[in-house]
Ligand binder design. Structure first.
Ligand code: KIV
Length: 306
């Protein structure tokens, strides 16, 4: 007859063995899963890596970043592309639209992000008013970004009207990412943040613009808030990677605004957004705790002073 402590000991042993078997199995699955991944073998993501990923059917992950600390965290967590988006105007500066942010402010954000990155590709938005005049102005702004930040490429919004600018920037050796669909710099022209290109005429224009951007030399294209089937058609017809936000699952990669996907603004919940954390409540809970400790003279204690 075994006594109760022997039974308990054997049970713990069995549980440990089962846990080890489970961990080994997970590692094997992980190895097999990552073995044929392009990103498992590269030290730095480049525009060439993104092309290889599209060809191999490996999805591209992209998030926005606007500062050094967040860029470091995202880079270490394995995000392929960091976009220094002009959405900084919204989430960092509190503006209602992306229009007010300046080229100098974008350069400040981008240089901070680049300092936090070892592996990710860093792409920077040309802000409103820094490229719409003509190709010369666009090139001047793009060159400033490349020289003053150390970023790896730029993104700009629009189709046919910006094609000359794209050509000029690309022929100077600067990688350009296009952006079609809901282009927030044109929000006053749209008058609404609703889904774009739901009608045939606008969908056809978007498809034509996507081809023009590819022909002009864009290395990738962002599609924002358009029907999934249209995004699928663009993705199938283009040889460059297509990255979607609110553009469904049939694209080559996904991008989200990092503050939104981390749930830092609990009340912002558009349909396309998945919140992977609830940072608003985590941060506020921690801060309430700190405030209470300070008021109650619970912080600092003996071990936290000199
Ligand atoms: O500025 C931005 O964050 C963007 C993404 C939404 C694609 O352009």
């Amino acid at each position: 007859m075994m006594n109760i402590s022997t039974v308990a000991f054997l049970l713990v042993e069995i549980i440990c063995i089962l846990q080890k078997m489970r961990n080994d199995l997970c590692e094997t699955i992980n190895d097999v899963w990552f073995m044929d991944k392009i990103t498992a073998t590269v030290k730095k993501i480049t525009t060439h890596t993104l092309r290889q990923m599209k060809a191999a059917g490996e999805k591209i992950s992209m998030l926005t970043a606007y500062d050094y600390t967040m860029a470091r965290l995202l880079d270490e967590a394995g995000v392929d592309v960091l976009l220094v988006g002009d959405s900084a105007a919204n989430v960092m500066a509190g503006y209602e639209t992306t229009l007010p942010i300046t080229l100098d402010q974008m350069i400040y954000h981008a240089a901070s992000v680049v300092r936090g990155v070892k592996r990710s590709l860093v792409i920077v938005d040309l802000p409103f008013g820094s490229y719409q005049e003509d190709a010369r102005q666009a090139l001047h702004s793009a060159v400033r970004i490349m020289k003053e930040t150390g970023a790896h490429g730029i993104k700009l919004e629009g189709g046919e009207p910006v094609i000359e600018a794209v050509r000029r920037i690309v022929t100077s050796g600067i990688p350009v990412m296009g952006h079609l669909g809901l282009t927030p710099q044109s929000i006053y022209q749209f008058g609404t943040y609703a889904v774009r290109a739901a009608e045939e005429q606008e969908a056809n224009r978007l498809l034509r613009d996507a081809h023009l951007l590819e022909e002009a030399g864009c290395f990738a294209l962002v599609l924002e808030k358009i029907p999934a089937q249209l995004a699928r058609k663009v993705t199938e017809e283009l040889s460059i990677p297509v990255i979607g936000i609110g553009a469904g699952r049939y694209v080559d990669g996904q991008v989200l605004v990092v503050h939104d996907m981390l749930g830092m603004n609990a009340s912002f919940k558009p349909r396309f957004l998945r919140q992977y954390a609830r940072l608003q409540s985590i941060i506020q809970e921690a801060v309430r705790h700190y405030v209470a400790d300070v008021k109650a003279e619970q912080f600092p204690d003996e071990s936290e002073q000199y």
